[in-house]
Design a protein around this ligand. Sequence first.
Ligand SMILES: [Zn+2]
Length: 432
Amino acid sequence: MSLTGFSQSDKPNQVVFKNVKVFDGTSDKLSATTEVLVEGNMIKEISSSASRNASKDATVIDGGGRVLMPGLSDTHIHASFASLPLPDLLAGDPSYNYIRSTVDARDMLMRGITTIRDLGGNPFGLKKAIDEGLIPGPRIYPSGAVISQTAGHADFRFPNQRNPKHGGEWAAVYTEGYGMLADGVPEVLTAAREQLRKGASQVKITTGGGYSSPSDPLMGIQYTFDEIKAAVDVAANWGTYVTIHSYFPESINMSIDAGIKDVAHGQLLDKATLERMAREGVSLSTQPFTECSEPQLSAFSNEKLAIVCEGTKKMYQWASEIPDLLITYGTDFFNVPQDVFKEQTKQMERLLPWFEPVEILKMATGNAGELYKKSGPIMNPYPGDLGVVKPGAYTDILLVEGNPLKDLSAVTNQDNLLIIMKDGKIYKNTIK
Ligand SMILES: [Zn+2]
């Protein structure tokens, strides 16, 4: 039964998909026509005779020769304020903001996104409600508050606001748990522990300038080695990792020296650092920032964005030449208008100048699943396999019209998503 009235079927015991070709999230090719047996929230068997092992009351779906594939991931999103207008984030009613995030979560799921990694915000209540089945939405790997130094990328104070640690007031972005200002090793230790206490599956810190933030230079290093190492040590004690907001090599190399395991931007990286990342198992969760100005940004921010945007093209070219580099797909959407938010999967097509469709699909499926495993045995909220279609993996799957390995619109056009299934529940089925 759905508590929300949102149309979804009851949890099926067993479902058999007959007559499907499988893209499994890791291979370069589709399988031969086969059958996939799903039991509860796990994939049980993939073989041409899987239906023979199904129970008598299993639901049978004829895939009509179409492609069955893993649900998609956005590995860099801010689910608390993805499409929330900036004024609401800064000074709106938190109860409205939370409700809005539930609508965003549903919209993401209906785009075929079955898992997200939240890289800053307070999505813990949203995650709990989704996991309990109260509302539809993707699985969430939360970071909790973005941890930033004073004058860093998550210092969103206006020029007239005094430092809250020195007589000023904490703005809503801090009191609502979206960001945390921490300076010096003891404060960084506390800030990282605060996020883990809430259930963060990884810790996000800012170690270089950002383009949207009002006061930090793009190429300025943020945090010292010891402060970064402090966050890394806290995460490692609970078996998980630190991901960083940063664009450029000097900052990223220092962060890797300190032990971080994922770079959440990297648009200004050079080839040597990308090769180092591949060698040392540091993943790249970057975004196609290929639009070089945004109307809602200040002139200072657009100047910074233009530099990031130019770097993006070179970085993707070099990254595409390094086979062992783990790259995942992400949008970094926050405060975006609805017409941009709707492009959450469509932006995969921006990568086509550098990557084959199958490589792009892997970034949003199997590669993302590998990234999630970095959260380790203690803090990983979903310890099974994600982003893959194989026995034992979660049943987060899509049945799509068209061959996505030839044409990405088979997944980026929402009309082509005929079945969306997450954790054993069917949220959309237009072939019945
Ligand atoms: Zn971000």
